[in-house]
Design a protein around this ligand. Structure first.
Ligand code: 57M
Length: 359
């Protein structure tokens, strides 16, 4: 909105020209989202404590988690609101990709909200059933996939990292492919969200990484120079990514160990899904497995653990899945697991960025 209100004033005062630039608007979108989370955080924590939106802790988990009972949850409401408000303020609202990412973050936010509401407020221990959650997740993802597919000039070729010449055309199948990326990312981030700051740190790192990819893919000259797919209009997604990274850091202030608030499913499902959508829109779909490699490792640890558990009637590969619980049970202090996982996330993001040149 600020873009639409202030940029036209450049005809009277040239200083307003600055609102034209994606870089300028991204910086301010990040700061706006950061300060919304940072300034409203204490109020939200107090409000949710009074409303008793406190986390229920499973008694079969690591013992150190028992002290976390009652920590306010559903902080994702604050993260999603900060991202949405900041995006509405700083982006070009005539851009269809902006509305697609807003649709996904709000849609998945609502699914997560219902799940959290049933668990934390209605005190139904299981929340939404797995099948209902998956149907809702896939329905939203298929709509998003279709909207991307239907965008003018959007290519259905999939980018394979490190191989510039390999780019298979999925045609109609691209819609299903996009949906799988979105649902997979949503659930992988959800599984990772089990230690203080463990999910929001790498989510912010991934958003910052895609901020660069969105800018590059949306800039005709840079995209041509780096020989990557040019996606007309995807430059505006840089602003959304900036808002996401800023909101993530603002939330991390309170979610860092020892956490004063958790994000809940309203945060983890929506942030994961929107990362998947950003990967699709920027045409760096497969690269998400590297940018969000930590989420992939966590999800794979669950798949292998459950598979092995079933095949061997009760034997385990890890002490407990997802992987962060394994290290906790090995005796690593929680902050050590968290910071080491962040280090892995940063290293993977850097490797992902090297694909801009290494192809
Ligand atoms: C949710 N959520 C946390 C919080 C957060 C298939 C199976 C592996 C699924 C998995 C699962 O349910 N994962 C998804 C993980 C929970 O956090 C809440 O949930 C939101 C995210 N959805 O925002 O509201 C707990 O995580 C801790 N936490 C923090 N700090 C944070 O910033 O410490 C969360 C955020 C919180 C808090 O303790 O209560 C969760 O773990 O429940 N299930 C599991 O992860 C379970 N694993 C399991 O059963 N493994 C078995 C299987 C696969 C064979 C095994 O390995 O033997 C574990 N989860 C828990 N206890 N809590 C097992 C034991």
């Amino acid at each position: 909105m600020l873009y639409h209100l202030l940029y036209p004033l450049h005809t009277y005062l040239s200083v307003f020209n600055v609102f034209r630039y994606i870089t300028f608007r991204t910086i301010y979108a990040s700061l706006t989202a950061f300060f919304i989370c940072f300034l409203l955080g204490p109020w939200v924590i107090k409000k949710f404590s009074v409303m008793q939106v406190g986390q229920y802790i499973r008694d079969d988990g690591p013992k150190s988690h028992h002290d976390k009972a009652g920590t306010p949850t559903m902080g994702g409401i604050l993260i999603v609101s900060a991202i949405v408000i900041s995006t509405l303020l700083w982006s070009d609202l005539t851009n269809p990709f902006i509305w697609i990412v807003l649709f996904v973050i709000i849609g998945y936010g609502l699914v997560g909200f219902i799940d959290d509401y049933l668990m934390q407020i209605k005190k139904q221990s299981k929340g939404l059933s797995v099948s209902k959650k998956l149907v809702l997740q896939f329905s939203l993802a298929l709509i998003a996939g279709f909207l991307v597919y239907a965008s003018p000039d959007f290519s259905t070729h999939v980018t394979i990292p490190f191989f510039k010449k390999l780019s298979p055309d999925f045609g109609w199948g691209y819609i299903l492919f996009a949906a799988i990326v979105i649902v997979g990312a949503s659930n992988a981030v959800n599984l990772t969200d089990g230690l203080d700051g463990l999910a929001i740190g790498p989510v912010s790192i991934a958003a910052a990484t895609y901020m660069i990819f969105a800018y590059v893919a949306g800039h005709v000259k840079i995209a041509e120079y780096l020989q990557i797919n040019y996606v007309a209009g995807c430059g505006e997604i840089t602003i959304f990514c900036g808002a996401m990274a800023g909101a993530g850091l603002g939330f991390l202030w309170f979610n860092s160990y020892p956490a004063q608030i958790f994000m809940g499913d309203v945060g983890s499902l929506s942030l994961g899904a929107v990362l998947g959508t950003i990967a699709v829109v920027t045409k760096q779909e497969i690269l998400l497995a590297l940018v969000g490699g930590l989420f992939v490792i966590e999800a794979l640890s669950v798949i292998f653990q459950v598979g092995f558990f079933k095949m061997t009637s009760g034997r385990r590969i890890f002490k407990m899945a997802p992987l962060h619980h394994h290290f906790e049970l090995k005796g690593w202090p929680e902050p050590k697991v968290i910071v080491r996982f962040w280090i892995i996330a940063i290293a993977l993001a850097l490797i992902a960025m090297s694909t801009l040149k290494l192809r």
